[in-house]
Design a protein around this ligand. Sequence first.
Ligand SMILES: Cc1ncc(COP(=O)(O)O)c(C=O)c1O
Length: 364
Amino acid sequence: MANVASVTPEPRARVRAMMEYHPPLGCRDTLRLDFNENTLACSPKVGEVLGRISTGALTRYPERGPVEAMVAAQLGLKPEQVALTNGVDEAIHVLFETFLEEGDELLLPVPTYTMYEVYVSATDARAVPVLAADDLQFPYERLLAAITPRTKIIAIANPNSPSGSVATREQLLEITRRAPHAVVLVDEAYFHFHGETMMDLVGKIPNLIVSRTFSKAYGLAGLRVGLLAGPVELMQWTRRVLSPYSVNSVALACLPAALEDSTYLDWYVGEVLAARADFESVLDEAGVRRWPSQANFILTEIGAQHKEFTRLMSAAGVLVRDRSNDPGCDGRVRITIGTREQMRKAAIALKETMATLRAGKEAL
Ligand SMILES: Cc1ncc(COP(=O)(O)O)c(C=O)c1O
């Protein structure tokens, strides 16, 4: 029994070296243009379902099968080709745990969504970042050149975050052909704002897996639901790793109502696209450089004053996301697009903030 108190269990070496990610949540009871969420609400039909859930229903383990079948049918796929997950974050985690071994490489166009790097850092594989040029367009040629026999997964957010740029269907198809030994994950988290998809090719291309989330256009980030869709030959392995209960029964009860209410979804997406066009003009008039976006956010160039900009916007009641720590993004701030009314408020805050920053510069 000697020295028992002094011995602390050690985590795996990879976990000790793992990248930490602490999203700046907290005090977000204001205009949330920082996480690319739906900034308003989910479908009111979901609210009705929530009101009807009995406490008795919560005593049962969740059964995902019937809802999975419904989602698959809506996507034109077989139920075995679709797995619901606890957000796309779990989908990424499960996919990496399923396929990445020591010596494998994850090809990652960067800048991109942070969680790819977080989850690969918990495996024995390594991330191979492929940096976009200053225009932040999808680094297609560089990505093709980076494919090696060790490439095991290529993760492509399409549209990408924080840039809002897209890869074309032809480019994605060519990548699946040039890396037949790798899983090509096309993460369509922002699909609804772009409208182009690879989902119709699921099951037809042996190494293509597509993910979608209900956190963005559907407005269900708090329920944590996403999905992976791919050929049965790949999905059978991811299902082994996936917890059978990771999508909870409240989420499963609400999902059908969200899926059926296409009127609400279309309205919200239309609202965001109109607001995005309006806000692009606001940025142009304010002389703020921006990158073209096919998603519900715009990346802007604020420059050396990015921290002060983010602080002043927050003080004006508008949360935005400083992406300066992303590769190639120093001085760049991402602004989520909400409804037209919300973006009018954001436009006022932006103009005032820019005026304050410029006045400060002149005074120097
Ligand atoms: C490209 C991309 N994929 C996935 C996610 C996470 O989605 P979820 O909320 O379903 O975990 C995000 C969230 O910001 C994202 O930007």
